[in-house]
Design a protein around this ligand. Structure first.
Ligand SMILES: C[S@@+](CC[C@H](N)C(=O)[O-])C[C@H]1O[C@@H](n2cnc3c(N)ncnc32)[C@H](O)[C@@H]1O
Length: 341
């Protein structure tokens, strides 16, 4: 069984409504399974819950209950001897998988703090993220290095999933220096560099994140063609002729986006391009509407329609050249400096 074929995914509206709550419990089940590293424990063969509990140091009776719930949502198989095995869904949580989604699950599910104020935010239009995190989420990460490392790994996991389709529509021919602005581990830049062996680049992020980027770029063998620079994109951005802004603008309010875009315009070499990679709200992208709830709770940002993006670009002195669908929830919007009127 999988989450998509679970009995609560019914055609009946009343069953569906109750099913949405089963999905809520399913998310917490996935979170605990990821936290207890059950994918890693089962990597070399089936185990009983008691064996997993012994390896993990968790309580055997609740570990058994969790693993049964894991089987109910398609993460695990269970045989007649109460031995549990792995499924392809569980494999996505293995920590030794370069595409691992374990950090993404852990970081997203651990960011529940502002959600108890969700309805209040909808009613009064004010995000509670600053209140919940005691600053911006990125200040919170700077104060909690373990979370910061996990967040960067989470971003790399999502880039491993959607990044290849995104990289495919970004033309890097003739680009001298691509800057991955707020690039976390630099996963997108490295994908582009894999395709274009001449491409040099810079991963630019907050100093605390740049530390991990440096390790990752070196470990992946890109250090010769890549520099890592720590800084603040509200102050200045290293110069390049292709600036990548993936999953950046949706973190910030309109006013904050305009500052970032103006800094990009200043950093852009003559005839350069900016590639904004974000979800575009619209009828063809239902996931953007749900992402938008996450942005409302997690930061000062939002997902935007293409008209809303265009308005920001115009104020920052930029103009859209193209928008490309990637077949993932993220599109690539290319910009250049607006022609003077
Ligand atoms: C949602 S993540 C996106 C990471 C990456 N671009 C990706 O798509 O996987 C936002 C990134 O912006 C970085 N960031 C936030 N504030 C920043 C600032 N003031 N200057 C530079 N980077 C910043 C964060 O550290 C984080 O890596």
């Amino acid at each position: 069984m999988s989450l998509n074929t679970a009995p609560w995914q019914s055609d009946d509206a009343y069953e569906q409504m109750v099913g949405t709550l089963f999905n809520y419990w399913a998310c917490w089940t996935v979170y605990a399974v990821a936290h207890l590293s059950i994918a890693d424990h089962l990597a070399s063969g089936n185990l009983t819950a008691a064996e997993v509990a012994r390896r993990e140091g968790s309580a055997p009776h609740t570990t058994l209950r969790l693993m049964r719930a894991g089987a109910a949502v398609g993460l695990l198989t269970e045989d007649a001897n109460e031995r549990f095995g792995s499924t392809p869904l569980l494999e996505t949580l293995r920590s030794d998988d370069p595409r691992s989604l374990r950090p993404f699950v852990l970081s997203q599910m651990a960011s529940w703090l502002p959600w108890d104020r969700f309805v209040a935010s909808i009613r009064d239009g004010v995000t509670r993220s600053t209140e919940a995190f005691g600053g911006s989420p990125f200040d919170f990460l700077a104060a909690h290095p373990e979370e910061a490392e996990r967040f960067s790994a989470a971003m790399a996991g999502v880039t491993a999933l959607w990044g290849p389709a995104i990289a495919k529509v970004i033309d890097t021919r003739g680009v001298r220096c691509a800057v991955d602005v707020g690039g976390a581990n630099g996963a997108l830049l490295m994908l582009l560099q894999r395709d274009n062996l001449d491409l040099r680049g810079i991963v630019f992020d907050r100093p605390n994140i740049a530390e991990y980027a440096h390790l990752e770029v070196t470990r992946s063998g890109f250090a010769e063609r890549t520099s890592v620079v720590g800084g603040d994109f509200f102050e200045s951005i290293p110069q390049g002729d292709l600036l990548l802004l993936k999953f950046i603008l949706h973190d910030w309010s309109d006013d904050e986006c305009i500052i970032i875009l103006k800094r990009c315009r200043q950093a852009l070499a003559p005839a350069g391009r900016i590639a904004v990679i974000d979800s575009i709200v619209g009828p063809n992208n239902p996931r953007a509407a749900l992402f938008d709830m996450n942005m409302l709770m997690g930061c000062t940002g939002r997902e935007r329609t293409i008209d809303e993006f265009d308005e920001l670009f115009g104020v920052a002195g930029l103009q859209r050249i193209t928008v490309r669908d990637t077949g993932t929830p993220q599109s690539v919007i290319e910009l250049t400096v607006a022609e003077a009127e």
